[in-house]
Design a protein around this ligand. Structure first.
Ligand SMILES: [Mn+2]
Length: 382
């Protein structure tokens, strides 16, 4: 019989906690991206579990790419884990990662294809990736798996790649564990595709993954629509979060052309954020400025998704924090035609050339499309 999910996570924890002399080397990690959203977190756990219990039976350690303290902000992850009889304390984060020599490790990247931040030192040890972002070209062609293609959810690519593995693992597992795994896998597929209704995002592999996973559910009380709605409701409730927590909840950083860029994604729009503190709209900008300072950013950007009155909307804000950054933002304005940007509230909150807020009419463009444009503008500012 295969390990239960919880036993598997405990084994991964023990492998990391073992004294250096007792480690079985190399340690193989499966890691998602640093935004550590539902897709990244769940994909790492599911893929690591499948590979660990697959034919080779070698432990793959799923690593959540964020500090332990930040995991609590992912309330939707807590909800999804609970459904699989797990808690955030079952996951492993960067805070539990001991100081390891790169040569003692192997890395499978999920939901990104280039290591960032503190993990960058392991770059030479990447053995494969499954991702749905733009190919950064850092992973050699001969790696396997090397799957990089557009898809609503990276989890769908993981499932597509692992269907045979899944069946083999399921044959040796208790059915309740298979159902837990299917729930964990289904959550990001549904969330990332707005319950498979987002036309621009949803790809055939998302549909086939969702179908495959729903087919594993024997629990008659399980309804995918209700499951989706419950997770989405938790995800969108940011009323208890401070601005700083909102900014760091789904956050990514890049350095390009000597400038640092940070992009926060929020699940409530500027109407909400500007009025979160009643009657004092500057608080949003004050706190955003503080966040940019804390992260030592030259450009801070906020992207929002929302659906006021059932209409899906995207808002975008870009704020330059210095002369070089202002040049980059002006360049961005010139090359961002594809985003179909319209001044938000007639530019009422803008600071000429420096801080701009828009309604983004191109609803298909997420951070995956916006960040390359900003980076391009940072690289060639004139
Ligand atoms: Mn993703």
């Amino acid at each position: 019989m295969n390990m239960t999910l919880r036993a598997f996570l405990a084994a991964a924890r023990a492998a990391l906690a073992a004294p250096p002399a007792e480690r079985t080397l190399p340690l193989t990690f499966v890691v998602g991206n640093e935004s550590a959203d539902l897709d990244s977190l769940c994909s790492a756990v599911v893929y690591a579990y499948l590979r660990t219990n697959g034919k080779q039976q070698s432990l793959h350690i799923p690593l959540s790419n964020l500090p332990r303290a930040d995991l609590a902000l992912r309330t939707e992850m807590t909800a999804v884990l609970k459904d699989a009889d797990l808690t955030p304390s079952d996951l492993l984060t960067l805070s539990e990662l001991p100081d390891l020599k790169p040569e003692d490790t192997r890395w499978l990247l999920i939901d990104h294809n280039s290591l960032t931040g503190p993990l960058r030192k392991f770059e030479s040890q990447v053995i494969g990736c499954i991702d749905h972002h733009v190919d950064e070209g850092t992973i050699p062609r001969d790696r396997s798996p090397r799957i990089i293609e557009p898809c609503g959810s990276c989890m769908s690519l993981v499932i597509e790649e692992s269907k045979k593995l899944w069946e083999a693992v399921a044959a040796g597992s208790h059915h309740s564990e298979v159902e837990k795994l299917a729930r964990l896998a289904l959550a990001p597929v549904l969330i990332d595709t707005i319950n498979l209704t987002a036309k621009d995002k949803t790809k055939p592999k998302d549909r086939s993954a969702a179908e495959f996973l729903q087919g594993k559910m024997r629990d008659e009380k399980f309804h995918p629509d209700a499951y989706y709605k419950a997770i989405e409701a938790v995800k969108e409730d940011i009323s208890e979060l401070s601005f700083r927590d909102i900014f760091r909840k789904d956050y990514k950083e890049w350095t390009e052309g000597g400038l640092r860029l940070g992009i926060s994604c929020a699940v409530q729009n500027f109407d909400y954020l500007l009025h979160k503190t009643k009657g004092y709209t500057d608080e949003f900008f004050d706190k955003l400025g503080d966040w940019a300072k804390e992260r030592e950013l030259d450009i801070i950007s906020v992207m929002t998704t929302s659906h006021p009155g059932g209409e899906f909307q995207r808002h975008l804000l870009v704020w330059a924090r210095g002369d070089e950054a202002i040049a980059a933002v002006q360049k961005f304005v010139k090359i961002s035609g594809a985003l179909e940007l319209q001044p938000y509230e007639d530019g009422k909150h803008d600071k000429a050339g420096q801080r701009l807020a828009w309604r983004q009419k191109n609803l298909a463009a997420s951070r995956k499309q916006v960040s390359p444009l900003l980076r391009e503008a940072m690289k060639c500012r004139t």
